[in-house]
Design a protein around this ligand. Structure first.
Ligand code: NI
Length: 183
């Protein structure tokens, strides 16, 4: 049975770390993948990166079109050691993040991307995404480099969320979130 893992909240050092390449032969990997997927759904996420549950691994799972109340079938895509190869255009979308509870802000990102990743069984996949799916991938990819969405905000927008950010960082000194606001 997959386990729901505790979420790391902004203020935890692992959210600011450039994560390590994943060793696909790691025997613990399959179980971790199951836990990562389970945790994303349990927290109503459309994406979740490994460091958000405390693992120093360049990997994330996404399911952009999933929502608890919709009839849409779950379709988790696990991307290991991903790279964004090309970015084009621009779009703006109001983003949030499980590691930054109650903070939402408009973020500018590329409209379309070309990217590459390894599947859990070691296959290399190259693909393109645009619109909302491209946003989700860029957001999760940022986590692997220690970047969170509020880092992209301009000065005024950052000022608007600054107090909430500071409060979060102050309350997350022990690293692990005390499950507030999401259950
Ligand atoms: Ni996030």
């Amino acid at each position: 049975m997959a386990e729901v893992l505790p979420i790391r909240i902004l203020g935890d050092a692992i959210l600011r770390k450039k994560l390590k390449e994943v060793d696909l032969s790691d025997p613990a990997l399959p179980a971790f993948i199951e836990d990562l997927i389970e945790t994303m759904y349990e927290r109503d996420g459309v994406g979740l990166a490994a460091n958000q549950v405390g693992e120093d691994k360049r990997m994330f799972v996404i399911d952009p079109w999933w929502a608890r109340d919709d009839e849409v079938q779950k379709n988790p895509i696990v991307m290991i050691n991903p790279e964004i190869l090309q970015k084009e255009g621009e779009q703006v979308y109001e983003e949030g993040c499980i590691s930054l509870p109650d903070i939402y802000a408009n973020v500018h990102r590329a409209q379309s991307i070309r990217y590459r990743y390894s599947t859990p069984d070691g296959k290399s996949v190259e693909a393109e995404a645009e619109g909302y799916e491209a946003i989700v991938i860029q957001h999760e990819y940022d986590h692997l480099n220690g970047v969170v969405f509020t880092d992209h905000l301009g000065t005024l927008a950052k000022l608007r969320v600054m107090r909430k950010l500071k409060d979060l960082e102050a309350t997350a000194v022990d690293g692990v979130n005390i499950r507030t606001g999401y259950e």
